[in-house]
Ligand binder design. Structure first.
Ligand SMILES: Nc1nc2c(ncn2[C@@H]2O[C@H](COP(=O)(O)OP(=O)(O)OP(=O)(O)O)[C@@H](O)[C@H]2O)c(=O)[nH]1
Ligand SMILES: [Mg+2]
Length: 314
């Protein structure tokens, strides 16, 4: 295991992939791996790309990869597909669109499905991003379909969130989708080669005018990823948001919020599993019978179990 971690830290793609598989399968080694990797992480720029299905996220990611590589950066890609039962393998469409990069040692591409557990997607994605970060990726792009709470959670992992919109998809609906608009740091109106892009841009700007003003005003840009148009501008907007985070109080608050989320997530998981184990050990006919006959009450029982859990640990 230590050898595997060392090889991954030196950037060896197969070892990196194996570590991510451990995370995905919720292996008991995860804690050990993460403890060793954590001190090496914290350097990468993590970019979330979210938006409706088919908005052109993968096409944009493909162009952004080229752009970042031109700057000499090592790039890691995580494509999250919450609807996919597959994991560790490939989402064919994404793979096809990004296949030019598949053999490139400077680009690491990984698709992740869900494990069906609540919070499972965001946790595995977060850990995968930490692994890529520790293993030397300068830029990590996370593609996710922005349709639900779990995607919004995934996106909280990112330093910079790009929301991809397109003309002619019932603009009001996509713009008003609760929660998603507030988390966008950069708006990209893709498929700008199609009619209606300017209207989407104008609508988003109006919405931004009506929202409470923040220190960072999200830019609204047009792209046509397929035609390689607007990509430099999109990358520049992402970079200037990164710079904003680096030098402002808001950036620090955001990093702190993420660290808090990390600790809370671990605590919650640990406590849940301790409590589950304690209850499984105690749960027998005798206890249930005592509850049914009111010789015992569930509150006192739970209190006893918790006392046991915490005294056993400390
Ligand atoms: N006209 C036009 N089509 C585009 C543009 N960018 C992407 N497309 C096309 O839109 C379709 C969907 O593109 P993807 O990049 O797969 O979109 P996606 O958001 O990753 O899709 P999912 O991952 O399935 O949600 C493909 O057929 C692309 O070729 C663009 O700028 N203009
Ligand atoms: Mg895609």
């Amino acid at each position: 295991m230590d050898q595997l971690i060392q090889r991954a830290l030196s950037g060896e793609p197969r070892s990196v992939a194996r570590l991510i598989s451990l995370v995905e399968s919720d292996s008991p080694f995860v804690e050990r791996v993460m403890k060793q990797l954590y001190p090496h992480s914290g350097k990468a720029q993590i970019i979330g790309i979210t938006g409706s299905p088919g908005a052109g996220k993968s096409t944009l990611v493909d162009k952004l990869i080229r752009r970042f590589k031109k700057d000499g950066k090592q790039v890691g890609i995580i494509a999250v597909d919450p609807s996919s039962p597959f994991s560790g393998g490939a989402i064919l469409g994404d793979r096809l669109r990004m296949q030019d990069h598949a053999l490139d040692p400077d680009v690491f591409i990984r698709s992740m499905g869900t494990r069906g557990s609540l919070g499972g997607v965001s946790r595995a994605t977060h850990e995968a991003a930490l692994i890529l970060d520790a293993c030397g990726k300068d830029v990590i792009l996370i593609e996710t379909v922005g349709v639900g709470q779990s995607e919004i959670d995934i996106v909280k992992i990112a330093d910079t969130v790009c929301l991809v919109l397109v003309p002619g998809m019932g603009d009001d609906v996509q713009i008003m989708k609760a929660g998603i608009m507030e988390i966008a740091d950069v708006f990209l109106v893709n498929k700008a080669d199609r009619e209606g892009a300017d209207k989407v841009v104008a609508d988003v700007r109006i919405m931004l005018d009506l929202s409470p003003q923040k220190a960072w005003r999200p830019p609204v840009l047009k792209t046509a990823a397929e035609k390689d148009t607007g990509i430099d501008e999109a990358a520049a907007a992402i970079d200037s948001h990164s710079a904003f985070l680096q030098k402002t109080e808001e950036g620090r608050m955001r990093r702190y919020a993420r660290l808090e989320m990390e600790v809370e997530g671990i605590l919650r998981r640990e406590i849940a599993s301790l409590v589950e184990r304690a209850w499984a050990e105690r749960k027998d006919q005798g206890v249930l019978e005592a509850l049914e006959e009111r010789r015992m009450d569930p509150y006192s029982l739970a209190g006893d179990l918790l006392d046991g859990v915490f005294s056993a640990r400390g």
